[in-house]
Design a protein around this ligand. Structure first.
Ligand code: ADP
Length: 255
């Protein structure tokens, strides 16, 4: 908003003052566009699995269900579609959470076992890819934070590191107290180009749409990480090199 005031004296000797206020609407327009894009992206993302589900149910009801092999194959695809819908809905709800409307209580999180527990749910893929994962942070460190916001940050960064690592990759997870509380996930995976790094925290942004969708990603994980880090009063930054790997650094207030 620009506030102007102009004062001048006319030839008639009178003293005049002109006041003007100019509003810069660029930011408002940008926000409106982000909002519109989000709604259209959400609709598109939700439509895809629903269309697939309807197609498969129709084919089954038309007679395909009588062949046991086709039945199993179609049910498996339908289950994937339903799981994708579930994940999308969960993440969209997570994104629509607003720090001002929901106030969470602080909880003590013993970070090391908390990370081990998250890693446990990825056991299968960790073994399949033969990933070595090292947790550097001290086992006794406790961080007091809003668990509901902290958990998705940690989970999404670990999940991405695992997802975008190639076979035999290395992942290092570090945390602790310095100027702030820090939580760092470093992988030796596919990496992200500088151009993509600029957009990586946008909702639904994926570097490789086709591959990402195939691997089950929604493109919402990092925007949740970004939003929640800010809601907790912190930041998330990235350091990545294509083909070499990525490091995500979250800094949160010490409390
Ligand atoms: P997704 O659900 O697709 O993983 P995210 O918002 O978590 O969505 O990430 C957005 C995109 O950023 C991903 O599709 C992927 O292309 C890229 N990305 C995220 N984390 C990493 C990583 N650790 N290494 C390489 N690329 C990554």
């Amino acid at each position: 908003i620009l506030d102007m005031s102009l004062r001048f004296i006319e030839e008639d000797g009178n003293d005049y003052q002109v006041l003007g206020i100019a509003y810069d609407l660029t930011r408002v327009r940008q926000l409106e566009k982000i909002q519109k894009d989000f709604v259209s992206n959400v609709s598109h993302e939700l439509k895809t699995p629903v269309t697939s589900l309807l197609g498969f149910t129709e084919t089954l009801l038309d007679g395909a269900k009588d062949d046991p092999e086709t039945l199993t194959q179609f049910l498996e695809i339908m289950q994937k579609d339903a799981l994708r819908l579930q994940q999308l809905i969960q993440e969209i709800l997570q994104l629509s959470r607003d720090g001002r409307t929901i106030s969470y209580d602080d909880q003590d999180v013993t970070v090391h076992p908390f990370i081990t527990e998250i890693l446990r749910s990825y056991r299968k893929v960790i073994t399949e890819k033969n990933l070595s994962i090292e947790i550097l942070g001290d086992e006794t460190i406790t961080y007091t934070t809003k668990y509901e916001l902290f958990y998705p940050i940690v989970k999404n960064l670990i999940e991405n590191a695992i997802q975008y690592s190639q076979s035999n990759g290395t992942i290092t997870i570090d945390f602790g107290f310095a100027e702030t509380f820090y939580f760092v996930v470093k992988d030796s995976g596919i990496g992200i180009s500088l151009k993509d790094q600029e957009r990586i925290f946008e909702r639904f942004y994926r570097v490789d749409k086709a591959r990402s969708r195939h691997s089950g990603g929604t493109g919402l994980g990092l925007s949740i990480v970004h939003n929640y880090s800010e809601l907790l009063g912190g930041t998330v930054t990235i350091d990545s090199h294509l083909g070499l790997g990525s490091t995500f650094i979250v800094k949160l207030p010490k409390n």
